[in-house]
Each structure stands twice: as structure tokens, then as C-alpha cells.
Ligand binder design. Structure first.
Ligand SMILES: C[S@@+](CC[C@H](N)C(=O)[O-])C[C@H]1O[C@@H](n2cnc3c(N)ncnc32)[C@H](O)[C@@H]1O
Length: 227
């Protein structure tokens, strides 16, 4: 198991792709939620032409495949800690889009950060950041920051609060954690959930937030793409 995995690494390990999809979006319509998320990224100005996007916690490749379908010159490094999710991504993503998407484990990237330094224009966490325990984020984020080129951006989408904090402390907000390693650039945009068929009133739909941040340290101007 990866040092950087979720507390319960099996939480997203589903044998069946339908179960995997249900674990990603509980209440939302799959296509509508995907469109809305891409639209929000566009509105917040994070998608640039000819960019390399790292989709951290890519799941079955929902956002990665929509990005390369929509933007001809975007390529994606799709990262997940679950081998089963990555396998589902291989069947979910249409073959023609797999030409522009590389699927890889978090462990591989984090143990070879030097290979990927300064390679990405954008790192996105869609419905993923909040599921990663705070101590794990505190280990990962300085290394993820290294993946970004000069002026590269981080985009986080989902709940406002983390699920799991430090043992003796309530979980921090996403904003607090981002600010430890990045310059928070754009104020969060409250995004009301477009829920359909809500049956579980206990958890119910919650507003979603988008956060855009930039690297704190100015980077070397010659951002050499090592991929
Ligand atoms: C709710 S799903 C979101 C999937 C995808 N981003 C989407 O919106 O369709 C969360 C994903 O994050 C992955 N994940 C959780 N912790 C991770 C970590 N530390 N590194 C990489 N992926 C992780 C899970 O395996 C799961 O596929």
C-alpha cells in the first residue's frame, strides 16, 4: 500500500465499474455534474491551451476523458492510489482519448518526483482532496507543488471541509490546507449541488466549492517539460 494512500485504501476499490461510479458521485447526475465541473474550471480560467493537466485522484477518468475530449491540445496525467480505479479508467476512457491520457499510481509519481518536476500547467483534485487525510495531504502537497511549472495552478473542487484531520484535532478546511503550500488566488465559488434522486437525507447534497491557487515560490523560468 502506498505511503500516501487514504486511511481506508479499499474505500474506492470496487470490482465493478458501476459501484465505482456510485462511490464517486452519490447524488448527482453523472453527465450533468461532469459538465458543470468543466464549466466551473473554464469560468475560473484554469484550463489553458496546450496544457498538461495532472488529475490527482482521477477515479475512472470521468474528468480526464472529458478534458481531452473538449480541449484538443490538453493532455492528462491521471493519477490514483487505487489500482482498481485505474483499471476501470482503462475501460471507461474511449480508446481515442487514451492517446492523450497517461494513467499512473500516486506512488509512482511521488517516488519519482524528480522525473515530473516542472511538468504540469495545472494540478486538479476533483472530489478527491477532501477524502485524503490531512497528515497525508501535508506530506503530499509540497511534492505535488514541485510538479507545477512556473505560473502553474492548482484547482480543488468539492466540499469545503476535509473528512479526516489529525488524530486529536477536527479536520481543517480545504482552504486552510491549500494556504500552507500555495497562494490562494481566487476566492472560492459556492457551487450549489445539482442533486437528483436524493434518497439519503442523512448526508444530503452539499454545496461544492472551487479553489484556485498558485505556487508560492517563484520558479525558474525555464520550465523544462520532462515528460
Ligand atoms: C470521489 S473519487 C473522485 C474521482 C474523480 N476525481 C471524479 O471526480 O470522477 C476520489 C478518488 O480519489 C482517489 N484517491 C484517494 N486518495 C488518494 C491519494 N492519496 N492519491 C491519489 N488518489 C487518491 C480514490 O481512489 C478515488 O478514485
Amino acid at each position: 500500500m502506498s505511503r500516501f494512500s487514504v486511511k481506508n485504501p479499499r474505500r474506492f476499490d470496487w470490482d465493478n465499474i458501476d459501484d465505482a461510479k456510485k462511490s464517486i458521485l452519490w447524488y448527482d447526475d453523472w453527465d450533468e455534474a461532469t459538465e458543470n465541473t468543466i464549466e466551473l474550471m473554464q469560468k475560473m480560467g484554469v484550463i489553458k491551451a496546450e496544457s498538461l493537466v495532472v488529475d490527482w485522484g482521477c477515479g475512472v477518468g470521468r474528468i480526464a476523458s472529458k478534458l481531452v475530449e473538449r480541449y484538443r491540445n490538453v493532455t492528462v496525467l491521471a493519477v490514483d492510489c487505487s489500482i482498481k480505479m485505474l483499471r476501470h479508467a482503462l475501460s471507461y476512457i474511449k480508446p481515442q482519448y487514451l492517446r492523450k491520457i497517461v494513467l499512473v499510481t500516486d506512488e509512482f509519481i511521488l517516488s519519482h518526483t524528480n522525473l515530473f518536476e516542472n511538468c504540469a500547467d495545472l494540478v486538479i483534485f476533483i472530489e478527491a482532496f477532501q477524502h485524503i487525510p490531512e497528515p497525508v495531504l501535508d506530506q503530499m502537497l509540497p511534492r505535488i507543488e514541485k510538479l507545477l511549472k512556473k505560473n502553474g495552478e492548482l484547482f480543488v473542487f468539492g466540499n469545503r471541509q476535509l473528512e479526516i484531520g489529525y488524530k486529536d484535532k477536527a479536520p481543517s478546511t480545504v482552504e486552510e490546507v491549500i494556504k500552507r503550500y500555495f497562494e490562494l488566488e481566487k476566492s472560492q465559488v459556492p457551487f450549489q449541488r445539482y442533486a437528483v434522486n436524493v434518497t439519503n437525507l442523512l448526508y444530503g447534497p452539499r454545496p461544492r466549492y472551487g479553489f484556485v491557487a498558485k505556487t508560492k515560490q517563484p520558479k525558474c523560468a525555464c520550465a523544462f517539460n520532462k515528460l
